[in-house]
Design a protein around this ligand. Structure first.
Ligand SMILES: NC(=O)c1ccc[n+]([C@@H]2O[C@H](COP(=O)([O-])OP(=O)(O)OC[C@H]3O[C@@H](n4cnc5c(N)ncnc54)[C@H](O)[C@@H]3O)[C@@H](O)[C@H]2O)c1
Length: 286
């Protein structure tokens, strides 16, 4: 394989052996790069922030939860800046991008935002009908925010010097396996996560000419504070194929790292779910 093909995104010059061949596996380096992680005070976002900092990336946590974002920044030190705000808000995203540019070359954007919005059935047994507002709230939270960060981050990436592959940045979105096997009472959430999946390929196609990649992670049930109820955990684990447990936030962070570091991943949604296929949800949970 030619040295050109083996050059990696965000890399140091590749090390070569005595024969001049690139030493596989030694060339990736994120040092000097900076990221915005929206929802970085949360479970999945927080694990990603920690991993990126370990890899030498300066990270801005964009999150309305100022207490948790501030605590994480205080714990991880000067590599992390907390910006209070919401990724649907252009000013907040602009402030986060400016803060990231002060930490390094801003070239990574991760959206791991969201809180649970409980939703009823479309029509319940008692005849009550789901209000339209439930769908709107889910779309605002789970679609508008990640869309907004992606468009403003990519616009900032466009000014970066391209690497040898022509890359200027990478975006990681967070979908859910509910986009594919959404359960009863999850119409609005599944619609929102389905929108993340549906916009992914055209987004990657839109951004390819400026050297920006986009991938999404579709997690199954991962042990974050939102899933702290042991009864809910037991029910969710029933649908996991193997290993028979909830996912760990660090496993999400590892996949985010892989997407960021592997230049040939683009336009793809990757399930992270231990082989889960969700049941219809009409059982004990509802
Ligand atoms: N944990 C799971 O099992 C699981 C499974 C599938 C998908 N997901 C998705 O992963 C994402 C993160 O989930 P989590 O479990 O880490 O949740 P979490 O509640 O632990 O963290 C979410 C974080 O997002 C922040 N936030 C909310 N709205 C925001 C906004 N508009 N801008 C910036 N930050 C915002 C919250 O303050 C919180 O810190 C969500 O989109 C969720 O739907 C999670």
């Amino acid at each position: 394989m030619s040295a050109h093909v083996q050059r990696k995104f965000l890399s140091r010059p590749a090390r070569r052996d005595a024969g001049g061949h690139v030493a596989e596996g030694r060339v990736m380096d994120l040092n000097g790069r900076a990221a915005v992680v929206a929802g970085g005070a949360g479970g999945l976002g927080g694990a990603t922030v920690r991993r990126l900092v370990e890899l030498g990336v300066g990270v801005v946590v964009l999150d309305p939860d100022t207490a948790r974002a501030g605590a994480l920044a205080a714990q991880l030190g000067p590599a992390v800046t907390a910006v209070a705000g919401d990724s649907t808000d252009d000013d907040a995203v602009g402030a986060a991008i400016a803060a990231a540019q002060a930490l390094g070359v801003f070239s990574i954007a991760v959206s791991a935002t969201g809180v649970v919005i409980r939703s009823p059935r479309l029509v319940d047994r008692d005849g009550s009908v789901m209000p339209k507002e439930v769908l709107r709230a889910n779309l605002d939270l789970h679609v508008l925010g990640p869309f907004n960060l992606a468009r403003l981050a990519a616009s900032a990436f466009a000014a970066n010097e391209p690497d040898e592959d022509g890359q200027r940045g990478v975006i990681v979105q967070t979908a859910s396996i509910s986009a594919f096997d959404g359960q009863a009472t999850m119409v609005p959430y599944a619609a929102a996560k389905g929108a993340i999946v549906g916009m992914l390929l055209p987004m990657a196609r839109d951004l390819a000419p400026i050297g920006v990649r986009v991938c999404a992670i579709a997690p199954g049930a991962i042990a974050t504070p939102r899933l702290s109820d042991p009864r809910v955990q037991r029910l969710l684990i029933e649908d996991v194929l193997f290993p028979k447990r909830l996912g760990r936030p660090e496993e999400y962070a590892l996949l985010a790292e892989t997407i960021i570091r592997n230049p040939h991943l683009n336009g793809e949604v990757i399930r992270l779910d231990g082989g889960t296929r969700l049941s219809d949800g009409n059982g004990a949970r509802h």
